[in-house]
Structure formats: C-alpha cells, structure tokens
Design a protein around this ligand. Structure first.
Ligand SMILES: [Zn+2]
Length: 379
C-alpha cells in the first residue's frame, strides 16, 4: 500500500470520529455532535502553538476558531471555513477504508476532506515560519451545516469579518463564486367538506390543488426558463410533497403542497411569492395561501469573481474562471454578513451523503497545496 500523506492521515483520523448532525439522530450522543472532531483539531492546534477559541452556536455546539496571527498588525483576514458535521451513516462508514488511492467513509468528501486540507495547510504555514506580515488566517470549523447552517449564520452575524472566506465543499477543486438560493414554500387550498356520495354539495380542495400544481409545473417553469444567470443557468421549482383529504368518502376540505424553489441572484423571497400569486390570480385561483416554510433565509451566492483576492485564489488554484453550483452552502450566510465568500474543496458532490462516500486522495493533496500556495502569497 502506498504511503499516506500527512493530510490523508489526518483525514483518516477525522473520519473515525463520528460527528453526525444531532438534528438527524436525536438521543444518540455516541455518534452525534461536532465536539470529538473539534477536540482533535484543538489538540493539534495546541501542539503547533496556535490560538484556539470557540463561538457558541447552539446548546453544546460551538464553532471552532484556530488563529494564525501575522507577524505584524492585522490588516487583513482570510477565513477557511469547512463544516465539521456529517449526515447519518452506518457504523462501518466511520471505519475508513483505503482502496485504489481513495479513502472511503462518512464525511470523506462532505466535508472532512476540506477540514483536513484547510487545517493541514494552516499547520504547514505556521511551521514554515512563513507566516504573513499583515494577514490573519482564521480556520473556522463550522457546526450544523447539514441542518440549518446555524454555525455559518452566527459567524455571518457576529463576525469576525474577513477579506475572503472559503467555505469547504467538494467542488472537485473548482473555484465556486456563485450558487443558487433555496426557498421552501407551503401552498394550501381550502374547499368545503361534504359526503362523498353528494360531491356536488362540497368543493374539492384536491381539485383546486391539482390546478395549482399543474400551473406551477408548466406555465411557471416556462416563465423561469426565461431567466438565466451566466454561472447558474435557470432557477427551478420542485413540488416535493402533496397532502390532502381525510377519507375516501369525504370531499376534501384541505390540500397542501411543499415546494422547493431554487433561486438565482436577483430573485428574493418577496419577488417569488409575488409572482406566484399573480400567476394564480390570473388563473382565478386566488384562494390559495402561500407561506415560506423553511424558517431561515437561504439566498443565492454571487461573489464578484473579479475581486483581487478571488483572482488571487483562482491563480493559486490554476483556474482561469470561476464556476456556479446548484446546491446551497455555508458561503451564503457568511456572505450575508458582509464577507466575500467562495466555495472550494476536494472531492465530488456526487459522493456526498451517499451510502459509500469517498474521496480521491490525490485531490486531497492538491487541495492542500492550493490553499497553502494561496496563504503563502498573503501580505
Ligand atoms: Zn452535506
């Protein structure tokens, strides 16, 4: 077996430490929470003389800050912010396996690969004695990305701010400056209940909802296709759940659908609600109620790829241009707080959350080298 690089060894250690988001597995403290991973990183940071602090996010759950101070005064700051939590997995997924140059296990790419790469780059920078003159490097291990992104929301709201934040996600080493936003809507139609034998005495909420659904998935989809973002393409809509009626022999009084609407820059919650209302009114379905059902804002990300610091990262990654992705990330809540944010990391999003999650170790090494190269160039 080929010798593992130090960053691959770190990743292997991190995968053995379960950090399932407690939202998915309540009452299973042996597997849930980010603390095991945070404590491991704290030990390593202390050995390298790096400053550690925490930021409270949720009960028992804290963002981890590991700080490399510059030689002089802090005039600039770069945040490296992968998330520490993972989605649930069987026990065997917490026993990492190596096969054909890939490491298999839960979190391998989403996002313990990024944790290992970013953290190792930081340790290398501190060792080399090449620490920047004016730039503080702040590694932030975020909690709760997989559920409500509470970690990045608190980081965005309460700071610290930075000149650039790099959210870790498996982008296959592409530099991502834009991603779609996410809006969850619940639509409800109300009818009038009646006996199933005399449907003419009632009004079917299901019938009304089939019309609503049909309009959303045909006319509205066509409308969305007329909009286009250069990196993200069209916005989209999916009706994920439909619920209605109570009994076969009763005319349904209520019917509801849950809608997942992926937004592009320029679209807001208010603009989306308004345009759906206009469309339903046009088709004489004004009795439909629409409410936002996710409870947290998830706007799209659109960081200017021409910012000098983003150009500098592109150069370190040897990429000519930046990319857009469909999925939501921690970069958006961080950007909401005023810090320009991009997304970058080793591995492929196709393997994230899968029953056999893995990462190509060559990409892990490359990601580490890219981040280190970028950090070394900071003033
Ligand atoms: Zn994930």
């Amino acid at each position: 077996m080929a010798k593992l690089s130090p960053v691959a060894k770190l990743l292997r250690e991190l995968v053995t430490l379960p950090s399932v988001n407690p939202a998915f597995l309540p009452n299973d403290s042996k597997r849930t929470g980010e603390e095991r991973v945070a404590n491991h990183l704290i030990d390593l940071a202390s050995k390298h003389g790096l400053e550690v602090s925490r930021q409270s996010v949720l009960p028992g759950r804290k963002n981890l800050f590991v700080r490399l101070k510059p030689l002089g005064k802090v005039k600039r700051r770069i945040i490296l912010s992968p998330h520490l939590d993972v989605v649930p997995a069987e026990d065997k997924q917490f026993k990492p396996r190596l096969k054909n140059g890939c490491l298999h296990g839960r979190g391998a790419c989403d996002t313990k690969g990024s944790v290992a790469a970013f953290f190792h780059a930081l340790l290398e920078l501190s060792k080399q004695g090449k620490r920047p003159q004016q730039t503080e490097i702040l590694f932030v291990g975020l909690v709760d990305e997989e559920h409500r992104q509470s970690g990045s929301r608190i980081l965005g709201e309460r700071g610290p701010k930075a000149d650039l934040a790099i959210a870790g996600e498996p982008t296959q080493l592409q530099v991502v400056t834009a991603h779609k936003g996410n809006l969850w809507l619940c639509l409800e139609t109300l009818g009038k209940a009646a006996h199933g034998a005399t449907p003419h005495l009632g009004k079917s909420a299901i019938h009304a909802m089939t019309r609503v659904t049909n309009i959303l998935l045909t006319e509205y989809v066509d409308q969305l296709k007329e909009r286009k973002h250069p990196l993200l393409g069209h916005p989209s809509i999916n009706v994920g759940i439909i619920r209605g009626g109570s009994q076969t022999n009763v005319v349904p009084e209520r019917c509801s659908i849950e809608v997942d609407r992926r937004t592009i820059p320029g679209e807001t919650e208010a603009s989306v609600l308004a345009e759906i209302q206009i469309l339903l009114k046009k088709h004489r379905l004004p009795s439909t109620t629409i409410v936002e059902s996710r409870g947290v804002p998830c706007p799209s990300l659109a960081t200017d790829p021409n910012l000098p610091v983003v150009r500098q990262f592109l150069k370190a990654a040897k990429r000519r241009k930046s990319h857009g992705v469909d999925y939501f990330t921690d970069a958006s809540p961080i950007a909401m707080g005023g810090t320009p944010a991009i997304v970058f990391g080793p591995g492929n999003i196709a393997q994230a959350h899968s029953a056999d999650e893995w990462i190509d170790l060559k990409q892990l090494d490359q990601a580490t080298a890219i981040v280190l190269r970028f950090l070394e160039e900071q003033p």
